[in-house]
Design a protein around this ligand. Structure first.
Ligand SMILES: Cc1ncc(COP(=O)(O)O)c(C=O)c1O
Length: 396
């Protein structure tokens, strides 16, 4: 991995940044394109937002569709994956007794979304328990056990937030289809970290972020919906697309409904083609594989230095660019997090997942093996003194 990659990012050189997963980081060449779009907007806001925007967004959707192997008219830009989950939860029009099936590895804010919509409707959000590092068979078995005649939809992260698992999404899609229930994949962490082919995967709905591992500016999420299900999708915010005219329609009522939700800055979405081009120019497939290998090789070393037990069985493919390490049960996470940042300038999320104290490492193209050595040394120094009272943590 070329060391020059670090210089393309705008990150504070004083910080050891091991938390790409929370909000991503946008490289300078992509950020410049983003600012160019913003300047263009401000030069003639009415021409840009009133007349030209659909054309520009269509081109961005085409680039995203090419990257994800999906028809651009089955994709729409939305601010983020949280919106995507909310749009589908809103669209289902749940009834009393309905069930949404998921696992206990989902992202907290999305759990809240489903809890809200289920409680409003008198429906149930069923979270099947899984171990910290389940096999694919265990995941599928738990999902199968959770399916019943009331199940409306399976909600599943492609890559989980608290535990950095890559869940068996292809098999889960097949399971949902066989059971006759819908499936929504939460791909907040997937595109840019794994090869995502939406046509081959064939989910009913898939939401994801470009602003995490695809390196776009913040505020570029997307929602995919299978063509036959698009009439089900209801906008969270109703705006002009509800009655698009022949001049304003994109040709897809799904896109018309969701693309324009009132005045907003679409520059992040418009920069997605530049982010895709950046990844091509930098041979990002190779960067990703190198990151995954470095992380994989470093985990035993970190565990050994800090006297921790390993989460992963001995196999190189069990995580992507995010992995977790298992901290002692007595660790006071807020204290450790504060000291890691204040004393060692290490930015890393510490997570209490079902009583397991975890540190989630993200390893991105700008990181070096030295960043992981610094983490190992800091944990060795701090863990013996960070075992006080325990508290929950937001996870960021
Ligand atoms: C699995 C998962 N889903 C959804 C989200 C929400 O992403 P956003 O805040 O961009 O909507 C996150 C954020 O980290 C996540 O990890």
């Amino acid at each position: 991995m070329p060391s020059s990659l670090r210089t393309l990012f705008q990150l504070d050189p004083e910080v050891i940044f091991l938390n790409h997963g929370s909000f991503g980081a946008c490289p300078l060449p992509v950020f410049q394109v983003y600012q160019d779009w913003q300047r263009r907007l401000e030069r003639q806001p009415v021409a840009f937002l009133g007349r030209e925007i659909s054309f520009h967004l269509r081109r961005a959707r085409q680039a995203l569709g090419g990257y994800l192997n999906a028809d651009p008219d089955d994709l729409v830009f939305i601010p983020n994956a949280t919106h995507g989950v909310n749009i589908i939860a809103h669209s289902l029009e749940l009834k009393p007794g309905d069930e949404i099936l998921t696992t206990d590895h989902e992202y907290g804010a999305c759990d809240y979304t489903w809890e809200f919509y289920c409680s409003q409707a008198g429906a149930r959000y069923r979270r099947q328990p899984l171990p910290l590092h389940p096999t694919d068979e265990e995941v599928l078995e738990q999902l199968s056990l959770g399916i019943n005649p009331a199940t409306r939809l399976i909600f599943l992260s492609h890559l989980t937030s608290p535990t950095a698992l890559c869940l068996p999404v292809e098999a889960a899609c097949r399971l949902a289809q066989q059971a006759g229930v819908l499936v929504l994949m939460d791909g907040a962490h997937a595109p840019g970290q794994v090869d995502l082919d939406l046509t081959a995967l064939g989910p009913d709905f898939y939401t994801g972020n470009c602003h995490k591992w695809m390196l776009s500016p913040k505020g570029a999420g997307f929602l995919y919906a299978r063509r036959s299900l698009q009439p089900l999708v209801r906008p969270l915010v109703v705006s002009w697309g509800y009655h698009a005219t022949s001049e304003t329609t994109t040709g897809s009522s799904f896109v018309d409904y969701l693309e324009w939700t009132g005045t907003h800055d679409p520059s992040a979405a418009l920069s997605v083609p530049a982010a895709i081009q950046f990844m091509r120019d930098q041979d990002w497939g190779k960067v990703r594989r190198t990151c995954q290998q470095i992380l994989n090789q470093s985990l035993p070393h970190i565990n050994q230095i800090a006297s921790l037990s390993s989460v992963y069985p001995d196999s190189p493919d069990l995580h992507q660019q995010m992995a977790v390490i298992h901290l002692p049960a007595s660790t006071d996470l807020p204290v450790l997090k504060r000291r890691l940042y204040d004393e060692y300038r290490i930015e890393i999320p510490l997570i209490d997942w079902n009583g397991n104290k975890l540190a989630r490492i993200s390893f991105q193209g700008y990181n070096t093996p030295g960043d992981l050595d610094a983490l190992a040394q800091a944990l060795k120094d701090l863990l013996p003194t960070a075992s006080l009272i325990t508290h929950a943590d937001s996870g960021f």
